[in-house]
Design a protein around this ligand. Structure first.
Ligand SMILES: Cc1cc2nc3c(=O)[nH]c(=O)nc-3n(C[C@H](O)[C@H](O)[C@H](O)COP(=O)(O)OP(=O)(O)OC[C@H]3O[C@@H](n4cnc5c(N)ncnc54)[C@H](O)[C@@H]3O)c2cc1C
Length: 642
């Protein structure tokens, strides 16, 4: 059976060349500008108000564009970004520990297992330093040292301390900064904020993205909105696995609708499984909780040396413990990158040395840190995380080690964008977790906040001018044929979901889909398993469209209807993820193909065959377009953290 076709290669026409240090400066200089008086004649729709969308909306409005923002929560402040705990990277080198823009660039390209673009990553590292200044100026309360300088800690995959943080609530504090900047523009009338509205379709006219179809989630009213450009900042799709650390509402609908209309979807199989989450406690559960990677600065990961050792952790003497990350990876120890730490946890559990119910857990132990630093210091650094752990598990991590296990956390794949963050649909820009751009096959900790804010505050506001300089575009009205077609397709789909009137809940389908994905497209993937998963997903999807029960109507607040639409899109995405994972017959970062591993069980890349971005075109049989990756500065090598 043919699961995919191969099409023409895709290339990044906006990619700059020349010395990497000057690419972004030269690119910005060569871009067209829009005169301030003309900016108010141009409108931009921004879907999403997380760190990426919030920062972009505020900056574009500050520059003088008219912005209309959408989010499905009741306030922009509730975007999933608020959950981010551990910190944000920046190459400030405040610690004088050898950090630099070049080192952040190097760490990120290597951390992504040589599957990201060098130019994008270098720009990210350059812009990282501006982000911190911007946020400090907004009043974001980053942690400080005694002398007043901003404090730093380390995250996985680095040997320097470059992570800025606000206790375990960094995302919340950064989002409040972006939100305030947005609110200022809302008050000035330059941003029109539409909370509790869900984008359900993209409107394309004459080949350009020109608007969106949205549903008012309170009244059910369907409306259309037009602009000169559309920005998607709609976040990641980890919830395709049902259980993940993402907010329950996170979904792929905005990106998937754009994909169905022609935007290529890149590297969908690159999923990040985070090593330190609270283990699943039973089948009733609908959400998993992250314990921030920052905890690995001081917590030590271990399991008993012997299989099936069921003694309490305190009864197991030092000599009978295996601090396996410190043993296998002495240079990076507990701070190896997430893909490596997650696989190592899986391996020790597979060996029968896991702890807790079902043997699916490892210890994260703070006893040494408490002895070395004192309880008070540990409390100051991680207090809210410890409290969260205790509330969920009923165990006190100051007294007994935390139990942790890997869980789905982040998606490196997303809509394909060029260096300007423009998708393959002219006028459709994609920023933050929704695009695929900078992390390759594995994202390093504290780099998502950096990328989202780099995109929103600094990159997009520069690159979008080049596109908008050709505007304003033709004025549209609701009776334009393309607009009517987009709107009708939304109405028909909602009516179809309501009409099934079957006997199974949306959640039961979502949970089953998640099981399939975790089993066959999770931490370890095989050709046989992926092929089986595609068959299972197709069968379950057919079942969904004949048996799903969506109570209520479309003309009211109806969360089952919202979920049904999102799960329907997850089914299609899940199939593409498995096809992408199947076609990539190598292991790279978070994508571990059991058939492709080194003798000691590490991921084995095949650079000669797979050194490309896989950009997929929508179709009954999807078409693969390859974007070749070239490495001039950080030459691909075996990624070792030993
Ligand atoms: C528990 C947790 C902790 C994390 N900690 C860190 C950390 O310490 N450091 C780090 O770098 N990263 C961290 N991350 C990752 C990081 O938080 C996310 O990658 C990042 O916040 C994503 O930001 P975003 O703006 O792209 O999307 P989001 O914050 O997910 O925002 C998406 C927005 O899009 C809107 N939206 C989506 N679809 C639609 C639609 N169809 N119509 C209308 N609106 C829509 C939503 O309403 C929302 O406003 C963490 C992630 C998790 C889950």
């Amino acid at each position: 059976m043919t699961f995919w076709n191969e099409g023409e290669p895709v290339s990044d026409a906006a990619a700059p060349d020349g010395p990497i240090e000057t690419r972004w400066e030269r690119h910005k200089f060569s871009a067209k500008l829009v005169n301030p008086a003309n900016r108010r004649k141009l409108t931009v729709i921004v879907v999403g108000t997380g760190l990426a969308g919030g920062s972009a909306a505020a900056t574009l409005a500050e520059a003088g564009y008219r912005v209309r923002s959408y989010c499905y929560q009741d306030s922009p402040r509730r975007a999933h970004s608020i959950a981010a705990q551990g910190g944000i990277n920046a190459a400030k080198n405040y610690r004088n520990d050898g950090d630099s823009i070049y080192r952040l660039f190097y760490d990120t390209v290597k951390g992504g297992d040589f599957r990201a673009r060098e130019s994008n990553v270098y720009r990210l590292a350059q812009v990282s330093v501006n982000i911190i200044d911007q946020c400090v100026a907004q009043g974001v309360p980053f942690a400080r040292e005694y002398g007043g300088l901003l404090d730093n800690r380390s995250f996985g995959g680095t040997q320097v301390s470059r992570t800025f943080y606000a206790r375990g609530q960094t995302g919340q504090q950064l989002l409040l900064g972006a939100y305030q900047a947005m609110e200022r523009q809302i008050a000035l009338g330059t941003i029109e904020m539409n909370a509790r509205h869900e984008m359900l379709e993209l409107i394309i006219v004459d080949g350009r993205a020109r608007g969106v179809v949205v549903r008012d989630l309170v009244t059910g009213e369907i409306t259309t909105d037009f602009a000169d450009a559309v920005v998607l900042a709609s976040g990641g799709y980890g919830n395709v696995f049902f259980l993940s650390t993402n907010a329950k509402g996170c979904n792929v609908t905005a990106s998937w609708r754009a994909h169905r209309k022609g935007a290529l979807f890149a590297n969908p199989c690159y999923t990040q499984i985070h090593p330190t989450c609270i283990p699943e406690s039973g089948t009733h559960q609908s959400k998993l909780t992250l314990m921030s990677e920052s905890l690995r600065n001081d917590g030590r990961v271990w399991v008993p040396l012997a299989r099936g050792d069921s003694r309490k952790p305190g009864d197991i003497p030092e000599a009978e413990r295996d601090y396996y990350l410190e043993r296998i990876y002495p240079s990076f120890g507990n701070l190896v990158p997430r893909d490596i730490a997650s696989r190592a946890a899986k391996n020790v559990c597979d060996e029968g040395r896991g702890v807790g119910p079902g043997g699916l857990g490892v210890y994260l132990d703070f006893a040494d840190a408490i002895e070395r630093l004192g309880r008070h210091t540990v409390e100051e650094k991680y207090g809210n995380l410890f409290e969260m752990y205790q509330r969920i598990t009923g165990e006190d991590p100051y007294e007994v080690p935390m139990r942790i296990y890997p869980a789905v956390h982040y998606t490196m794949g997303g809509l394909w964008v060029d260096y300007d963050l423009q998708s393959t649909i002219p006028g459709l820009f994609v920023i933050g977790e929704a695009n695929f751009s900078d992390h390759g096959a594995n994202r390093l900790g504290a780099s998502a906040l950096m990328q989202g804010l780099a995109d929103g505050y600094f990159v997009l506001p520069n690159t979008i001018n080049n596109y908008l300089a050709a505007g304003p575009f033709e004025k549209l009205s609701a009776d334009h044929a393309e607009v009517v077609a987009a709107r009708t397709s939304v109405e028909d789909r909602l009516a179809k979901l309501l009409a099934v009137d079957g006997d199974r809940t949306v959640d039961s389908f979502h949970r089953e889909l998640g099981h399939i994905m975790w089993e066959y497209c999770g931490m370890e993937r095989t050709e046989e398993g992926l092929t089986k998963a595609i068959g299972l997903i197709r069968g379950l999807r057919d079942d969904f469209w004949t048996r799903v029960k969506v109570p209520g109507t479309g003309e009211q607040l109806n969360q089952n209807l919202e979920k049904a639409g999102r799960v329907a899109d997850f089914f299609e995405l899940a199939e593409l993820m498995c096809i992408d994972a199947l076609h990539r017959g190598e292991s790279a970062g978070g994508h571990f193909r059991a058939e492709s591993q080194t003798p000691d069980g590490e991921a084995l890349r095949h650079d000669d065959e797979f050194s490309y971005v896989a950009a997929w075109e929508y179709g009954d049989v999807p078409t693969l377009h390859k974007e070749q990756l070239d490495f001039e500065y950080v030459h691909p090598s075996t990624r070792s953290y030993k």
